[in-house]
Design a protein around this ligand. Structure first.
Ligand SMILES: [Zn+2]
Length: 314
């Protein structure tokens, strides 16, 4: 006997991943394609169809009751469309309708990737048991999602919690989003590296000029490298404190490549948080590393779909 399953899709600028997932978050089958992000919209959709086609060949496909999509944003869950910044040909692309068509009219849910990750951390990861949480991803970009009152809070269009593009520096650098002084402009991996290089840091003999290279140099005692991480930590702390003050979260979970720097990020972040989260009701705020690995997007996308047909899920 089959248990009811969900087909989950995690759509990013680099890869399109799919999986069949059961009501406990177990992964039964997988498929993956690179995202042809520079191609036309139909070619990108072709990669999605390819992933779904592979999943349909799995013996468990007959038990699939719904499809859950987590996509790079912005998304518009109310319209069923996506416009991922890094997939230029998809602007207002009707992904929900196309996936429904490709799966024989299964119900399809759509959320932004930050919301999906929050759902995954709340269901099975570091935010489990917390009714009010902010979950963030700090990597090439900075994204996030919120859990409020025990429920994931996607917002009307599925983008709520998009903390990377709130401003923490009123006169700061222009951001590609059109804003100024955004968290992402200070704390993302490429911006940590950009600032270190601009301040005179030189990559080591391996030539690694990424945030990972900056992290290695900071650990070896390079002052400029460390200062760039401190600045990122400060931006994250200010944004987390603001969020906690607005909606009373009691935990912030941080994942993504930059969070892999560990104490190099978390120690100055916790110190800076004391400066920004000052009111009595936010002083107990915890900041912890994410626990879900690279499957967080898939598991979170599944959580949303499971809720819709009364399976379990966050
Ligand atoms: Zn921005």
């Amino acid at each position: 006997m089959h248990t009811d399953l969900v087909a989950a899709l995690d759509i990013g600028g680099t890869k399109i991943a799919g999986a069949l997932i059961d009501g406990r978050g177990g992964i039964l089958a997988r498929a993956q394609r690179p995202t042809p992000a520079k191609e036309d919209g139909e070619t990108v959709m072709g990669a999605v169809s390819g992933v779904l086609g592979e999943l349909r060949k799995a013996s468990d496909w007959d038990a699939v009751r719904a499809v859950g999509i987590g996509s790079a944003g912005p998304v518009d869950a109310s319209e069923g469309t996506v416009s991922p910044v890094n997939v230029a040909a998809w602007r207002g692309f009707p992904l929900v309708a196309r996936v429904r068509e490709a799966t024989g009219d299964l119900p399809v849910t759509l959320v932004g990737d930050g919301v999906a990750i929050a759902a995954a951390e709340h269901w099975q990861g570091a935010a489990r048991g917390h009714d009010n949480a902010l979950c963030m991803v700090v990597s090439t970009g900075v994204g996030g999602g919120l859990v409020i009152g025990g429920q994931v809070h996607p917002g009307p269009t599925g983008n709520s919690g998009h903390i990377g593009h709130i401003s923490v520096d009123l006169d700061g650098d222009l951001c590609p989003c059109g804003g100024r002084g955004c968290v992402e402009r200070i704390a993302s991996g490429p911006n940590i590296a950009r600032r270190a290089l601009a301040d005179g840091w030189e990559p080591g003999t391996d030539g690694d000029a990424t945030a990972a290279g900056v992290a290695a140099a900071a650990r070896a005692g390079d002052r400029i490298a460390r200062a760039s991480f401190d600045r990122a930590a400060q931006a994250l702390a200010a944004s987390i404190a603001a969020t906690a003050t607005l909606v009373e979260i009691d935990i912030a979970v941080i994942g993504g490549g930059v969070a892999k720097a560990g104490d190099l990020l978390f120690t100055p972040l916790r110190a800076a948080l004391k400066e920004y989260a000052t009111l009595s009701f936010v002083q107990g705020l915890e900041v912890v590393p994410a626990q879900m690995g690279t499957d967080a997007g898939l598991v979170g996308a599944a959580a949303g779909a499971l809720r819709h047909f009364g399976g379990t899920g966050a």
